[in-house]
Design a protein around this ligand. Structure first.
Ligand code: SF4
Length: 400
């Protein structure tokens, strides 16, 4: 079965699991699209893809799952080529795909060389961010069993993945729904204790409000936790954060990141930022720009605000579209300069990288590198940083 995946790492993780179900059941002549509803743009691209697939083959049979088809199942079922919608609730239930099975299967899943595996540890979210539809499509926070997580981590390593990223809708709220005093920090320690052969454990996006001292201690003391922390910051202005119903402040982000850098100076921070949230003034936007430097944010994902149906933010007065676009350009330009300065700091240094393509890879801190030496995908190398351009650090493998 061909699977097209939109959206987040969680969707990528789930697509991998569905692909295995399809191979085991023999679901061949269907195309599944794992959809995303985080922005209006994601849904526009989905509709465009469905139309293009149908135009190319009017006998195509498309199954939809994920947040967009969860939000508007009837609307998508009316589109040509769409034959079924699998709700998020049953997305990872193998039975759900039996009705599409032809029974002819070899159980084999042809996948590219395995570099980074995604391990889902929870689903859903109990927070109430005013711009978010994900909490509407994925339901409340549900933390998975830690021993089940450990056995799936072993499975991923057994399949050849070199590093594993913990993922979910809101990873840092792990354990909140449990009566036992578990949280993300205890889970990480448990995984590393039970799976000592796991030497590269990464974390997907963390909510700054959930990065407590225990989690800081794990991030800074466990050498097998990759030194790259991505935070769903969304804005650098406290009034906007309040209107988003985020539970952190800009000061908290700055303090947390400083605390982490004091104990583990090579950590690289990434952040998600929404630009042009309703009522955002130039001054408020300036506070977000300033936070990139004050919070040591090197890797930026900045998106224009997208009005989502049935969210409180959709009823707030919006910022002029041209202004939003200008701000997105401005913050991307700033982020490019910050990234280049960080690349410059690596010149002359020896670092460890993982190869993602024949000449491309990532440092342990998740910075992109381009190698003049040919690489074996999935292999870990010692790497000498010669120079850089605006997209990556340039260098070569240190032969031993
Ligand atoms: S933390 Fe906020 S943005 Fe993230 S899934 Fe929950 S409600 Fe949505």
């Amino acid at each position: 079965m061909e699977i097209i995946t939109f959206g987040c790492r969680l969707n990528a993780c789930e697509s991998g699991i569905i692909q295995e179900f399809a191979a085991q059941l023999g679901v061949d002549d269907y195309t599944l699209i794992n959809t995303c509803a985080v922005t209006a743009e994601a849904e526009r691209k989905l509709r465009q893809t469905i139309r293009k697939l149908y135009k190319e083959n009017n006998e195509i049979k498309i199954i939809l799952t994920g947040c967009a088809s969860e939000l508007h199942p009837q609307e998508y079922l009316q589109m040509d080529g769409v034959v079924g919608v699998v709700s998020n609730k049953f997305k990872l239930s193998k039975q759900e795909y039996e009705k599409y099975a032809t029974g002819k299967s070899n159980g084999e899943v042809a996948t590219p060389t395995k570099v980074r595996g995604f391990l889902q540890v929870q689903n859903g979210c109990d927070k109430r961010c005013t711009y978010c539809v994900v909490r509407l499509t994925r339901g409340p926070n549900v933390s998975f069993d830690k021993d089940d997580i450990v056995s799936r981590a072993r499975e991923l390593l057994h399949k050849g993945y070199k590093e594993i990223f913990l993922t979910g809708v809101n990873v840092s709220s792990y354990g909140r729904d449990k009566s036992t005093c578990e949280d993300l920090s205890t889970l990480i320690r448990y995984i590393l204790q039970e799976v000592p052969e796991l030497t590269r454990l990464g974390l997907s996006s963390l909510d700054p409000a959930d990065i407590n001292d225990e989690l800081i201690d794990v991030i800074t003391s466990e050498e097998h936790v990759l030194p790259h922390i991505h935070e769903s910051i969304q804005s650098g202005d406290n009034m906007i954060l309040k209107r988003m119903m985020r539970s952190h402040t800009r000061e908290q982000v700055i303090e947390t990141n400083h605390k982490i850098l004091e104990k583990r100076p090579n950590v690289i921070f990434g952040a998600d930022i929404i630009v042009g949230f309703p009522t955002e003034t130039d001054e408020m936007f300036e506070n977000t720009m300033k936070l990139l430097e004050e919070g040591n944010i090197t890797l930026l994902h900045a998106f224009p605000f997208s009005k989502r149906p049935n969210t409180p933010a959709a009823r707030m007065p919006s910022v002029n579209k041209k202004t939003v676009q200008a701000r997105v350009h401005e913050i991307h330009d700033l982020s490019k300069n910050i990234l280049k300065s960080k690349f410059a700091e690596y010149v002359g240094k020896q670092v460890r990288i993982i190869a993602e393509e024949e000449y491309d890879g990532k440092t342990d801190t998740f910075l992109p590198v381009i190698s003049s030496t040919k690489l074996t995908v999935g292999k870990i190398y010692d790497f000498y940083c010669d120079s850089y351009d605006e997209n990556a650090i340039l260098g070569k493998v240190i032969e031993r």
